[in-house]
Design a protein around this ligand. Structure first.
Ligand SMILES: [Zn+2]
Length: 314
């Protein structure tokens, strides 16, 4: 196998997208009878990796029938347009709330440039290109589609973002969860257990909707989850309660530290240290920063946006 790819059971291949750092973001190839679905796409730099892994499997780019970003955040969908250009047989399967951003990414690009800067965006995500409307399938909740003989099912899962769905694969009894079932970096595994946390990314974090989405996924009795960040997670039932709890605890920390004088970033960082301690996970501060700094920053930004939305509703 190529160094950035990993063969999983059930004809699924995990590919490190090359976004930001190794081990941060994955996408997945699901294969049945020589036909392929790509779930999440990573960024522009991911496209050559997908092409190389297909070639290694003896498959051409024309064997890709579906390209399926779980939502339109750029670490999941930034490379979708470029991948669609490469894979001319493919349809894009996307949440109805995300489709217009794939067809005309100008607002997506403007929003990301505001955060990363023009040059920063180019470096981290690369070029974002529009997708022909005729090739886009807007997948409503419970939309089913066939990859050769393998059925894939879309489940609407708001909470991390309103334009987020998860993909159920009957063969593996697993969900491709994007960010809905949280983030678990292998570097933070301890005693065979993952440390899983909910990314409250701007600007649509919604605790209530997220709880409902997690419960909905678990109603399928999944045996595994394929996390974008990062890799296959077995026995998801073990992690369900802590994910629910952390959503509420992060929201509560935001409420308790709502004034401009409060240092929410420090409070959230301490909270993550505590959570790792509780699990007996000893990691030094360099590794903590290396693995978590980017996410902690985004989590805090998302909590602040959520808080200001709450206050407007009061
Ligand atoms: Zn996301």
């Amino acid at each position: 196998m190529l160094c950035y790819s990993k063969q999983l059971d059930n004809n699924i291949i995990q590919i490190d997208t090359g976004y930001s750092r190794p081990g941060l973001a994955a996408c997945y190839l699901v294969i049945d009878s020589g036909r392929v679905a790509v779930i999440d796409t990573g960024v522009e730099a991911t496209v050559v990796r997908v092409e190389a892994v297909l070639a290694e499997q003896g498959l051409s780019v024309d064997s890709v029938d579906f390209i399926v970003p779980t939502h339109v955040h750029l670490d999941h969908a930034g490379g979708a347009g470029k991948l669609m250009q490469l894979c001319q047989n493919a349809s894009l399967v996307i949440h109805p709330f995300g489709s217009r951003h794939m067809i005309d990414p100008s607002r997506l690009i403007a929003g990301a440039e505001a955060v990363y800067g023009k040059e920063g965006l180019r470096r981290s995500v690369g070029e974002i290109v529009p997708i022909d409307r005729d090739r886009v399938i807007e997948a409503q909740d419970l939309y089913r589609f066939m990859l050769a003989n393998r059925e894939l099912l879309i489940i609407d899962t708001p909470g991390h973002a309103r334009h987020h769905f998860c993909v159920w694969d009957e063969v593996s009894k697993g969900f491709f969860t994007g960010d809905t079932f949280g983030i678990a970096y292998p570097e933070l595994d301890c005693d065979g257990r993952s440390f899983i946390f909910p990314p409250s990314t701007p600007v649509q974090f919604d605790p209530q909707a997220w709880h409902a989405s997690i419960d909905r996924l678990m109603a399928w009795h999944p045996e595994r989850m394929y996390l974008t960040h990062f890799g296959q997670l077995n026995e998801p039932v073990i992690y369900m309660n802590s994910l629910h709890r952390m959503i509420d605890e992060l929201a509560a920390l935001a409420v308790e530290n709502a004034s401009p004088d409060d240092d929410l970033a420090t409070v959230v960082e301490q909270y993550f240290h505590q959570q790792l301690d509780i699990r007996g996970c000893q990691i030094d501060s360099d590794l903590f920063s290396h693995v978590l700094n980017l996410d902690l920053d985004i989590i805090v930004q998302g909590l602040r946006v959520w808080l200001s939305r709450q206050n407007r509703h009061d």
